[in-house]
Design a protein. Structure first.
Length: 181
């Protein structure tokens, strides 16, 4: 018998001072049995950093051909394709053909190795690559409950996160940013 996903419900007061974007989000997240809590929370953070109309979680690890998060227009064009982790170069190339904007958020302890090995292949593609600080993602994951109220304030390259059971900061660096070209 196949394991079923675990459902998490998050209420997020989001303040993104970089974009002057403020919202109250009610997210329902399905954590696939093979997904770590750290990856799930990296997905949540990537969602918050890119929050906009039509942004939604996909089936994620259950649908290998789809991104983790995307925004599609009313006529079903992909406006934003977001990958978490260390995707294969072929999948990144496919994403750049299908979407107007592509972003990758790497988050784990092997991200630097992945970037070093793939940087030359990715540098000529129109894709933005960001790396979350692994230790802060681990700290964020320790705050997880099945039902959560979070306050997330994004300023510069840091998210300040407050939950009922603690606070943390998650920082990231831009490895390649095509949005500024």
């Amino acid at each position: 018998m196949a394991l079923k996903p675990t459902i998490y419900k998050l209420k997020i007061d989001l303040s993104d001072v970089n974009r002057d974007y403020y919202d109250k989000l009610n997210l329902t997240i399905a954590k696939h049995p093979s997904e770590t809590v750290e990856r799930m929370m990296a997905r949540v953070l990537a969602y918050c950093i890119n929050a906009q109309e039509y942004l939604e979680f996909t089936k994620g690890v259950s649908a290998a051909e789809d991104p983790d998060i995307w925004a599609r227009s009313l006529d079903n064009q992909i406006l934003l394709w977001i990958e978490l982790g260390e995707p294969a170069v072929d999948k990144i190339k496919k994403a750049t053909r299908l979407s107007k904007s592509v972003k990758i958020y790497s988050f784990n302890s092997k991200s630097e190795i992945w970037w070093t090995q793939r940087q030359d292949d990715i540098s000529n593609l129109k894709v933005s690559v960001f790396q979350f600080q692994w230790e802060s993602i681990e700290t964020f994951a320790k705050l997880v409950n099945r039902t959560m109220d979070l306050s997330i304030t994004i300023s510069e390259e840091t998210a300040y996160i407050s939950a009922e059971n603690g606070d943390c900061e998650v920082s990231w660096v831009s490895l390649q940013d095509t949005s500024i070209n």
